[in-house]
Design a protein around this ligand. Structure first.
Ligand code: HPA
Length: 280
């Protein structure tokens, strides 16, 4: 065993040992809650809330509007874990640290993951407040959390086909229709931030095939897919990206709009959990 692998394994074991002292819940579904979307975790039943700052080796969260908690709980009896206050690359962490929680989740038995984020709309048909089913992503972080020695069971060259599990995309579409929640579909383009894009960069994103821009999600999805987890992704379009909108952007605007669609978002996620749990 390499020193690196021993180190990661040991770190994960330390983290798990700490977590298990505070919860009996064995989650089947994991959720990563984006900017302004964290309140979903407060709706879980039988919740055990663990501050991530107390978990050994867990990278600290530093963003306003992002509380750092792992919340274990149930949704109609289905055991889940939610990350309230995710870790971002722009905070200065190594890219593999940003996805650390996904390895923890996998080791706890989570095989299904819901990733969410706030994103700027690049597709001209998108409006602030829209919810977008993520169908694919473009990794413009130019970093990969899987770089370095292989961490089994992750393969050296993980396949990236159908990263966003097609049956989950279909589930989301039917939930949208049944609950009367209009949903967009699109490709998420992710760059490092923390500055928002320039208008010229947004034109580039559009030409390269992105429908929405964000600063997160990709690291977690790469690790989840390498570990064979099935992923569903939802972006909350909190603003029109620079240049598409005529006004300057602020983080306040992002959290305000996320807050406005909070109830709809929570209804969608709740129903998704119920239906995901019934599928393989
Ligand atoms: N760009 C990048 N990330 C974002 C945006 C944006 O316009 N809105 C919310 N997160």
């Amino acid at each position: 065993m390499t020193a690196h692998k021993m180190r990661i394994d040991q770190q994960l074991q330390d983290s798990l040992a700490y977590i298990r002292r505070f919860t009996q819940i064995q989650p089947r579904i994991g959720l990563i809650l984006g900017s302004g979307l964290g309140d979903f975790a407060d709706t879980l039943e039988n919740a055990d809330k663990i501050a991530t700052s107390e978990i050994p080796h867990y990278p600290p969260s530093t963003v306003e509007g992002h509380k750092g908690y792992l919340v274990f709980g149930t949704v109609r009896g289905i055991p889940v874990v939610a990350v309230q206050g995710r870790t971002h690359f722009y905070e200065g962490h190594r890219i593999d640290q940003v996805a650390y929680v996904v390895r923890i989740m996998d080791l706890m038995g989570v095989k299904k993951l819901i990733v969410t984020n706030a994103a700027g709309g690049v597709n001209p048909y998108f409006q602030p407040g829209d919810l977008m089913i993520i169908v694919d992503h473009i990794n413009f972080l130019f970093r990969n959390p899987l770089r370095g020695p292989v961490v089994p069971p992750e393969p050296r060259f993980p396949d990236m086909y159908a990263n966003y599990h097609p049956p989950y995309i279909e589930l989301l579409e039917s939930i949208g229709l049944e609950l009367g929640i209009p949903l967009k579909k699109g490709v998420l383009f992710v760059s490092t931030g923390p500055s928002y894009e320039t208008a010229a960069e947004v034109r580039m994103v559009r030409r390269l095939g992105g429908d929405a821009v964000s600063m997160s999600t990709v690291p977690e999805v790469l690790v989840a897919r390498a570990r064979g987890m099935k992923v569903a992704g939802i972006s909350c379009i909190t603003n029109l990206a620079t240049g598409i909108s005529a006004t300057p952007l602020s983080h306040d605007e992002v959290t305000q709009i996320a807050n406005r669609v909070k109830n709809t978002f929570q209804k969608l996620v709740r129903e998704l959990i119920l239906r995901m749990d019934k599928t393989d």
